[in-house]
Design a protein around this ligand. Sequence first.
Ligand SMILES: Nc1ncnc2c1ncn2[C@@H]1O[C@H](COP(=O)(O)OP(=O)(O)OP(=O)(O)O)[C@@H](O)[C@H]1O
Ligand SMILES: [Mg+2]
Ligand SMILES: [Zn+2]
Length: 238
Amino acid sequence: MRRTTKSLDEIFKSIASMPSYPCKICGAKYKTKEKIFICSDCQEKHEKRVEEARRRAEMVEYLLSICNIPRRYKNAIFQPTTEIQKKVAQYYIDNFFKKPLEEATDMLLFGAIGTGKTYLSCAFALELIRKRVIGVKYITEYELLNLYFQKEYIEFKSFKLSSVLIVDEIGKRELAEWQRVQLEELLSYRFNEMLPTIYITNLTEKRFKDFLGDRLADRLREANIARFAFVGESLRGI
Ligand SMILES: Nc1ncnc2c1ncn2[C@@H]1O[C@H](COP(=O)(O)OP(=O)(O)OP(=O)(O)O)[C@@H](O)[C@H]1O
Ligand SMILES: [Mg+2]
Ligand SMILES: [Zn+2]
């Protein structure tokens, strides 16, 4: 018993006589033989950060793989060129980067062909996925309704539930009754669940409202949809 106490004493003494060195990261001093070392707290924090970064990167990859952005726009760079694009780009940033997602308003981009509505929106969707890890999905109205027609209900639902949804090429053709019902139901659901939707169309604002019908148009008005008119020459082939 006495012998143990003595050897413990010796151990304590030898520890006390050891030099102390600061942890390379936090600077806290520890008694150690190594002059350069990382303390166990910092090591643990570092491993956690590495793991979080790995999970984040995995999530971003996953969201990119399901966003449905067409190949033509997969490498779109969020760099507005025209005045209207600059205005919309600023709104995109304020609407989706500077406040919680549930406070984001719906947006309507309408007007002339080839003015960069799809390009800018896809470029922004890619930013939102990469920088905020938010699920954004892109689809044309035709493709969306075709999913329903093909009985791809799970896929159809994944667009209905997407955190942010871009519906492009709205109103290219008249809708059959079942199409109107499905589109209205999907958009009403998103409106009620406060899931932001971005509407893109070549129709004028007035024709877009007529196309949607009174009920939806009225809801969008209530939701303070932000409207942007694209005018000017087509940017295609410049
Ligand atoms: N900010 C930009 N930077 C680089 N290229 C751009 C930009 N905006 C538009 N473009 C180019 O202009 C082309 C037309 O843009 P986009 O397809 O987005 O037009 P749109 O308004 O969606 O037209 P439509 O109404 O016919 O669908 C794009 O394919 C792209 O090459
Ligand atoms: Mg387009
Ligand atoms: Zn440390």
